[in-house]
Each structure stands twice: as C-alpha cells, then as structure tokens.
Design a protein around this ligand. Sequence first.
Ligand code: ZN
Length: 272
Amino acid sequence: LIFVTRGPEPAALASARATELPKARRIAKRRPPRSDEITGYEVARDHLWRAQHYKCAYCEPPEQKDRNDAEHHRPKAEANRSPGSAATHGYWWLAWTWENLLFACRNCNQPPAKGVQFPLGPKSRALQPEQDPPGRERPLLLDPATENGVRFIEYKLATRPGTPTAQVWRPVARRGDLRGDTTIRVCKLDRPGLLDVYTQHVNANVWPRVDDLQKALGAADRTAIEVAFERARRELLYPAQSFVGLSFDALRHFVPDARLAPWGLRWKLFKP
Ligand SMILES: [Zn+2]
C-alpha cells in the first residue's frame, strides 16, 4: 500500500459532482442508482495518478493511467460488507467525493480482487444514503490516504507456494493485524504474479544497496557507512518510490538495526 497524499480537489470533480449527484438523488428516490448511471467521476483519475506518483494505491508498481481506473474506496453501486453488515447498497452519494477516490490497477480493484468488497468489522452499522463517513462503520480495509500501510502489512521471505525451496517475498499482516490481513486478502496483494515482482524488486534494487552497506560495515569505515546508508534510504524509502514497505522490511532483514546501532543509525521511513 502506498501512502496517498491527494492534495486539493480538482475543479473538474467538483463540477462533475454538481451535475451528477442531483441526477443520482432523483434516481435514488425510486431505487439505488446502477453502476452505469454513476459517471463523470473519471475526471479525477489523472489527478490521482499524478498525486500517487503514477502508482496503484494498493499494489504499488508504476502503472499507466489509460488502462486503469479511478477507484472508489467505498464502492459506488453495490457493496459486500461481510462480515460486519448484511446491507448491500452502494455508496452512490460518495461517488464524486475526492476523499473516496484512488487510482488503482485492475488487478487490485476488479474481481476476483476488491470489486464491490468493503468489509466491515463487528458492531458496525452501514452508512445510510447521504451520511458522511465514518459514522458507525468500522472498515476492515485500510484507507491508503489516512493510514500508512507499513504499520499494518509486513513483508517476509517465505517459501514459494508449490515449491520446496524457492524463496519469495510475501506480505503478511504485521503482528497478525486483522485489517492488514483483510487488505492483503481483498486486494490480493499476495497474488503469485506480485510475489515475483516483489522478489525481483528486492534482488534488483535492494540488494545492491545492502551489498554496499555490508561492505562498508565490514570495513568499519564511518564515511562509507553513512554514504551507503543515506543512499539506500533515498533510493528505496523516499515516498515516490515503489514498494517502500517491502524495501523497509528487506533492508531491516539484511541489515538489522542492531548492526547499525554502533554507528548511531537506524532505519526510518520518511514522513509522508
Ligand atoms: Zn494494483
């Protein structure tokens, strides 16, 4: 999950809302608006794509905007809120709300991944039409604009499913966190193709930085240690980079904080 800083709402979205929301309200007097009746929010896609450093909010690789979508965090036309609520109405009144929109790739935002899923936790009560979030909803899906995924999702070296020895990097819930676990499952952040991409990222981008740092630590060369450490942080942990959470965990796996402590250093994320 990336940490999304959207910035101000684009004027085009406000004007789409001014036109489209009253139409949806008229339909909603008779029945819930259908997906194909909820349009115009797509004007936000390019703004989100840039604000998200050209990455999918959920799985993080750089994505081209044209083949992907402006995604509704709370689904627009119908919603599966299991296990916390049996209500199935969509959040049509939030379809043009800047805070409810993200840029996401199709592998994450379409079935069999997220689709209409918006799982709620126990003691939730689904928002009713026109009600602002969060109300009494307790979403189990992390919101990348308000929560830093690194705190909830951890990457670990694991054996590749179906093979005896091959190792891959795979996301798991940090300290068993239910919301981290749900987000991995709903967005399929552990799909086989992504495990390959994660592992390739560590091999191609993290390893060279780890190698430099280990050499400098081996030589106990303070200047070289500081240079290698700063370069690793800048190239791997800066918020515009892909897979910051994965890089953070891989760096700490190969060069634990205890190894850096004698030099007054420890791995830290940049403030988003
Ligand atoms: Zn994605």
